[in-house]
Design a protein around this ligand. Structure first.
Ligand SMILES: C[S@@+](CC[C@H](N)C(=O)[O-])C[C@H]1O[C@@H](n2cnc3c(N)ncnc32)[C@H](O)[C@@H]1O
Length: 346
């Protein structure tokens, strides 16, 4: 995103909208919106609870405080308020009606979800710069992933966000590479099995296993789509040695969640399991090669949530080389790349 054109575009947008540095950086507007989303204020207004008193009674909050929060949403054009003190939704306010995880409101706007909590760790960004700490873990005393494991409903939301909008991409990823020739794959950190399902549908000879912190979401997916014995899932960690013997070990959107040392560990576990003839296949949208980030928003999210980063293809290739993997082929799948790696000695 940080190309010169994008910078110029963003600067022009700020000028056009008259936004000041203060407006770009205030915390009260984002927090007021997140509080309203967390309390399902839009749904309650839609259901006829219109005054601050009615809304407070329905959300177990203080009416005076809630009214002050809602009045800020009136100020910024998310809510309306009439002279009877009744709140309504503006066009943008209606976006709050969309349930979490389904469309407009990703779970990170709901302060009760793990992702919503993760966003709050951005207040530690200066500490991250000074000490290199992982902001989420420093804030909550536990890692993002351990929190997701403890809270299955947030885990499901996260899987839904990850799988969202993937249909077309998965078709292109399935076409970009001869997955069937691998015979079997382990989708390492394969979430709820969405990618593996697409690959198995497109390649009838292929069998596969998802390995993730929880096997259940993928097992449910495979049962729903009737893949039978061709697909299974197992609970495990890619920070530990992986089950050996598959033809391919897929790492889809994994590397950016981890720091360089952990990526080397994960890649070397894939390599050990894949030896002597298997492949390690990184599927990802890489940062651009110009030395600037393709997506600064995601890059900062990776940093704060997990201590990870958005990497260029070259950076991933270098980490793979560190553990003895070399690039055999690169295939484009829309804006994604399928990077086939094999033991360097082959
Ligand atoms: C960004 S998501 C990517 C999911 C999927 N591969 C995709 O492309 O949609 C990262 C995945 O890594 C999994 N994960 C995190 N830590 C893990 C670990 N130590 N071992 C196995 N899986 C892990 C998460 O549960 C999540 O499913």
């Amino acid at each position: 995103m940080a190309t010169f054109e994008a910078t110029a575009e963003a600067a022009a947008k700020n000028l056009e909208s008259g936004r000041t540095l203060r407006e770009l950086s205030d915390l009260f507007t984002p927090m007021a919106i997140r509080v309203a989303i967390t309390l399902r204020i839009a749904q309650k207004i839609d259901a006829g609870r219109l005054t601050a008193e009615a809304l407070a009674a329905d959300t177990a909050t203080d009416a005076d405080v809630l009214e002050r929060v809602l009045l800020h949403l009136v100020t910024i054009g998310v809510l309306t308020r009439n002279d009877r003190g009744e709140f309504g939704l503006t066009r943008i306010g209606e976006d709050m009606l969309v349930e979490n995880g389904k469309a407009a409101n990703p779970p990170w706007l709901d302060l009760n979800t793990v992702a919503g909590r993760a966003e709050l760790a951005f207040t530690r960004l200066l500490d991250v710069a000074r000490t290199g700490e992982v902001a989420y873990s420093a804030q909550y005393g536990t890692s993002f992933w351990d929190d997701l494991t403890r809270d299955p409903s947030s885990g499901t939301d996260f899987d839904v966000v990850m799988a969202g909008g993937m249909e077309r991409r998965i078709r292109e990823i399935a076409e970009a590479y001869d997955w069937g020739a691998l015979g079997s794959v382990v989708d390492v950190g394969g979430g709820n099995g969405t990618l593996l399902t697409g690959l198995l549908h497109a390649h009838p000879r292929l069998r596969g296993t998802v390995l993730d912190r929880h096997a259940e979401p993928a097992l449910r997916t495979f049962e729903d789509v009737g893949l039978g014995e061709r697909a299974t899932a197992t609970t495990g960690s890619f920070l530990d040695p992986l089950p050996p013997g598959a033809g391919g070990y897929i790492l889809s959107r994994i590397q950016s969640d981890w720091n360089d040392a952990d990526v080397r560990t994960i890649l070397s576990h894939c390599l050990e399991a894949a030896r002597p003839h298997g492949k390690v296949i990184v599927v990802d949208e890489f940062a651009t090669e110009e030395g600037v980030r393709c997506d600064s928003e995601d890059d900062l999210r990776m940093l704060v949530y997990y201590g990870g980063k958005e990497r260029t293809m070259e950076q991933v290739r270098a980490l793979a080389a560190d553990v003895g993997l070399s690039v055999e082929s690169l295939r484009k799948a829309a804006d994604w790349t399928v990077m086939e790696l094999a033991p360097a000695e082959n």
